[in-house]
Design a protein around this ligand. Structure first.
Ligand code: TRP
Length: 375
C-alpha cells in the first residue's frame, strides 16, 4: 500500500498533498486578486498564462511594487537556485515567468546561486559537486534568454567579499529561536544551516547597497521559499531597507501524481538534458493518468484532467494557448481524447521545447562570463 505522507512544506522538504489554501493562511501571503492582474496587464501589455491560470497565485506587496513602478521607481527582480543536481522542468517554471517579467517591465534581475546551501543541508554533497552543478545550472538559466546587460549572477562563495558582510548584518538581527520556528531547525542542526537564511536575504537589498539608493525588490519563487523571505521582510526595515515584495507559484507536480513536487531525488523528474526517447519513456511509463482503465470505459465515462499529470503539465507549462487547452480539457472529459493521445501531444510539446533549450544551452557555454557579477 502506498504510504500517505503528511502534508509538509519547508524550503528543504515538500511532502504530502499540497494544500495551497492552508499555505496561504499559514504563511500569510495574499492571493492575487483580479484588480492586481488588471494592473499587471495594463503595464505589461498582456498577461502571462501562468498569471491567467493562477500558476502564480499569491504575493506579498505586489500592489506596492506596481505603485512605485507607476511613479517611475523601477524595481529589480531577485530569484535563485542552489546548485545540487541537474535542472528539471519544475525549476524552469518560475524562471520562465521571471524572464517574462524582465522583458515586460525592462528591469534588472539578480540571480543568486547559493553554492553553499545544499552543501550545508545535504550530507553527501561536497563543494566539488556543487561547483560542477553550478556550472551546469548556470547554462540552464542563460538558455532561457535573460538579457545579459540586465542580469547579474551572484555566487555566494565567489562573491563572498560583498555577500558575507551584508549577511552578517542580517544574521545579527536573527535569533536561533526565530530560525527554529521558521524552518523547523533544532539543536541538532549544524550551525551553517542555521546561518544560511542570512545569505538568502542579501540579494533582496544588495543592489540597493551597491547603487547607494533604495530600490524596490520583487522576488518570484515557488511557495516553499516563503519562510526565508518572511524573515527577510522582518529584518530589512531594521537595516534601513525596503521590505522585498514577492510573487509565489505552485509546484509542478511529480510524474507520479498530485503529491509533493517534481524533485530530482524522487527520480520522477524530466531533466533539461533528457533525450526525446527518455522524455517519451518517462511520460508513457510514469505520468499519472486521470483516464479510465479500458478504452471502452474511457470513451463512455471520460477522463479526469484535474488529476491527470500530463494535462497539468500542459496547463502549467506547455500549452500557452487557452483555446487549445480548453478543447483538450473538454475532449478529455468527454472521453473523445484518450490518455495515450494526450500523452503523445505532451511528449511532442516537451521535446520541441527541450530541443530549443538544449541548443541554447550549448551556446550558453560561451556566455557565462557576461552574467557573472564582478565585485
Ligand atoms: N533556496 C533556493 C533553492 O533551494 C535558492 C534560492 C536562493 C532562491 N535565492 C532565491 C530561490 C530566491 C528563489 C528566490 O534552490
Amino acid at each position: 500500500m502506498k504510504k500517505v505522507s503528511e502534508f509538509k512544506v519547508t524550503p528543504w522538504e515538500v511532502s504530502g498533498k499540497v494544500d495551497y489554501d492552508k499555505l496561504v493562511r499559514e504563511f500569510g501571503v495574499s492571493k492575487i486578486e483580479d484588480s492586481l492582474l488588471k494592473r499587471i496587464e495594463k503595464n505589461a501589455g498582456d498577461l502571462h498564462f501562468m498569471l491567467r491560470r493562477k500558476v502564480f497565485f499569491a504575493h506579498r506587496d505586489l500592489k506596492w511594487i506596481l505603485d512605485e513602478y507607476d511613479k517611475g521607481n523601477k524595481f529589480f527582480l531577485y530569484t535563485g537556485r542552489a546548485p545540487s543536481g541537474s535542472v528539471h522542468l519544475g525549476h524552469l517554471l518560475p524562471w520562465i515567468f521571471t524572464k517574462w517579467l524582465q522583458d515586460k517591465f525592462g528591469v534588472e534581475l539578480w540571480f543568486q546561486f547559493p553554492d553553499e546551501e545544499k552543501f550545508l543541508f545535504k550530507n553527501d554533497l561536497s563543494f566539488e559537486d556543487t561547483e560542477k552543478f553550478l556550472n551546469e545550472n548556470m547554462l540552464d538559466v542563460i538558455a532561457l534568454g535573460f538579457d545579459p546587460k540586465k542580469t547579474h549572477f551572484i555566487i555566494d562563495t565567489k562573491n563572498a567579499d560583498l555577500m558575507y558582510k551584508e549577511a552578517c548584518k542580517v544574521a545579527k538581527k536573527i535569533t536561533f529561536s526565530m530560525v527554529k520556528s521558521s524552518f523547523g531547525l533544532n539543536e541538532q542542526s549544524n550551525v551553517g544551516s542555521i546561518f544560511y537564511t542570512s545569505m538568502q536575504a542579501v540579494p533582496a537589498f544588495l543592489p540597493s547597497v551597491i547603487k547607494g539608493k533604495e530600490i524596490p525588490c520583487l522576488i518570484p519563487h515557488a511557495i516553499d521559499q516563503d519562510p526565508h523571505f518572511r524573515l527577510t521582510r522582518d529584518i530589512m526595515p531594521k537595516l534601513g531597507h525596503y521590505k522585498p515584495a514577492s510573487i509565489q507559484c505552485l509546484f509542478l507536480p511529480p510524474l507520479s501524481g498530485a503529491e509533493g513536487k517534481m524533485s530530482s531525488s524522487e527520480d520522477m523528474a524530466i531533466f533539461t538534458t533528457d533525450s526525446p526517447k527518455e522524455v517519451e519513456k518517462k511520460i508513457k511509463k510514469y505520468a499519472f493518468s486521470g483516464g479510465r482503465d479500458t478504452i471502452e470505459e474511457h470513451r463512455k465515462k471520460g477522463g479526469n484532467p484535474d488529476i491527470d499529470v500530463s494535462f497539468q503539465y500542459l496547463k502549467m507549462f506547455f500549452e500557452p494557448d487557452d483555446k487549445k487547452l480548453a478543447q483538450i480539457e473538454k475532449d478529455y472529459r468527454s472521453g473523445k481524447l484518450l490518455t495515450s493521445e494526450l500523452k503523445e501531444y505532451l511528449i511532442e510539446k516537451i521535446n520541441a521545447f527541450l530541443k530549443e533549450h538544449q541548443n541554447k544551452r550549448e551556446k550558453a557555454k560561451k556566455e557565462i562570463e557576461k552574467f557573472l557579477y564582478k565585485s
